[in-house]
Each structure stands twice: as C-alpha cells, then as structure tokens.
Design a protein around this ligand. Sequence first.
Ligand SMILES: Cc1ncc(COP(=O)(O)O)c(C=O)c1O
Length: 370
Amino acid sequence: MKPIYMAGPWITEHEIKTVEDCMRNGWYDYKYVEKFQKEFAAYHDRKYAVMTPNCTTSIHLLLTAMGIKEGDEVIVPENTWIATVAPVTYLKATPVFCDIDPVNWCLDPASVEKSITPRTKAIIVVDVFGNMPLMDELLAISKKHGIPLVEDSAEALGSTYKGIRAGKFGVGSVFSFHRTKTVATGEGGMLLLDDDKLYERCMFLRDHGRKPGGRAYYNYEVTYKYMPFNLQAAMGYAQFQRIDELIGKKRWIFEEYKKRLAGIPDIELNAEPEGVFNSVWITGLLPGKSYNMDKLQFMEKLEKLGMPTRPFFYPLTSLPAFEGMEKIYKPRNPVAYDICSRGINLPGALILTEDQIEFICDCVTKVLKP
Ligand SMILES: Cc1ncc(COP(=O)(O)O)c(C=O)c1O
C-alpha cells in the first residue's frame, strides 16, 4: 500500500496547465490574483476578497485594520491552531481564551459572554475541522455588546450554517490555502470583507501604506508587505474551479469513516447538527471517557499498527508558548481541556484511497474494539 498522508492536496493536469499559463504569461499583471479574488468573494456572497501570502497574515491584516492595539482584549477559543491567536499578540493585544462547545468543539457562546469586559474589542470564532459553531448565539452576543465578530474559516471551505457559507459571518473572515487545506496553493490566504472602509484600509496596509493606484513610491504610513503572488493565485484559481469535486472527496472520506466505524461504541466524529453542512476538512475522532485513554496513548497504539494520526489541538493555554496561562484557564475552560486530551484526527489527504481507509478503520477497530 502507498504511504498514508494526514493531509495534502489533489493536483490534476488542470492545475498544472493553469500554473504553466501563469509561468508563461503571468509576469506583467495580477490577472490570476484578480480572478481568484473575484470568484472567491462571489462564492461566499462577500463584496471583497483580499489575497495574502497565508491565512495568518490575513488575520493580522484584518485585526490591524480594525484598530486592535495594545491594551485591547480579543476573545479566542482554546481549541484552535496558534495562527488564530498569534496576530493578536503581534499587535500587543491580550488574547482571552474561551471554552468550547462539547458537540461542535468550537467557541462556546456562554463562555464568551462571561469573558467580555470593557476592553474586549473583537471575538474570533473558529470553524474547527469544518465544524460550524453556534453562529446565531455568537452573532447575538456580538450585536448585544457591539463587539465585532471575526470568523476564522481556515478549515471550513464549503461548510454551511443554515444555508450560509462559512466565510460569510462577521465583519471579516479568513481562509488558508496551506498545502494541507482543501484548496491548496502551498502557502496562501484570503480575507473576505463587506465593508468599504475596512476593505480600503486592508488594501492600504497590505502594500507598504500606499494608496492603490496612487503616486509611485509614495508611502503614507509604515505598514506591511502582504502582497499575493500570481503563481500562487493561478494554483488557487485552478483548484477553486474544482471546488465541488474537492469537497465531494472530503465528504466521501468522512462518509467512509462514518460507515466503517459505526459499530464502535462511545465515539464521536465531526458534528453535523440539523442546518449544518460540514465540509470536513479533517475527521476528528473523539473516544468517550469509558475508554479511559488519552490521545497520546491512543495515537501510540495506532502508530504501532502502522497508522499515522495527529492529536486534536492542545488547549492553547497549556502550551509553553503561553507559559503561565494554564493555571488561570484550565479551571475556566474544562470542556476544552477534556476534549483536547482525548481526540485525534484521522488521515484526510485528498488522495486517500478506499483500501487505505479500510486499513485505517481496521486499526481503529483493533484498538477500540479488540
Ligand atoms: C484554524 C486555522 N487558522 C489559521 C490558520 C493559518 O493558516 P496559514 O498556515 O495559511 O497561515 C490555520 C492553518 O493552518 C488554521 O487551521
């Protein structure tokens, strides 16, 4: 059997030909960047799309444009990749870590409500693994307190909540096209916006504080250089033209896992409550407490059988990167600390085959139902 990969793209002749066209013809314009941005915005029913070198820079750009600064607090979930939070600290603002919902593993509205202070200036919600958070409740809190919501939809391209696509929630949303994501450009990101002023500010901040179309070499402020690259966009544009096929494959992988693991008691996979379409960037497998086994023990057993795995994210405040935070946040965020200690991710590369899925499910079954 060929090696099993945790995550990775599905590249066809279409992408190769499109990138080749860009190599030959794409050096005197931003044609692919413009086409990709336009179609990506339209797909998400957003007015604007701003491509960036990766998703982390999209978040940094947006938070800067929103005026987040030292002394401000920004609410974030415990259960996410560090990239959600790193830009908050770049701006010297304070991340305030909230607990997660036990069903969808995303930000818990009750925990958000409890964490709001006069210094809270933004709430960043993350659509973890393609799962959708309780958006109605989170949007209601954002509205009630007048605190803007930002959606980190890096992992949720194609998911929907009550018929609305991930990427349409809040003042701005961000996507990643890292090589592990559903649409991959190697490195790449996209910021989606509806507000004209915020868009203008982001365009200005993205390119060394110049006014788009303004005087050459004339900078009004010292800002960032977060410009996209036409080759990267050509790749993204070509992949995006295959979006239904790519999401279809992700769904197929998930359905195969669901079917083959259905006989194992006391486990949970990605939530699909009524009203949610989950595009399942990656499958999460959460063994219940009855197994009395943490994720590292579970992974070790699977790896001994030759199966690759990854752990759920660690609660961010348990990591050395946020030293000293655990004693404050562990008692505040018990659900995240519990779920993150038990869950693993199953391989989700877009080139997975049926034989590989069968092998993976046999390994999981051997460990959980010996
Ligand atoms: C939830 C989440 N946010 C942000 C990012 C950052 O994406 P990038 O690696 O493109 O900067 C990722 C991707 O790894 C992610 O999973």
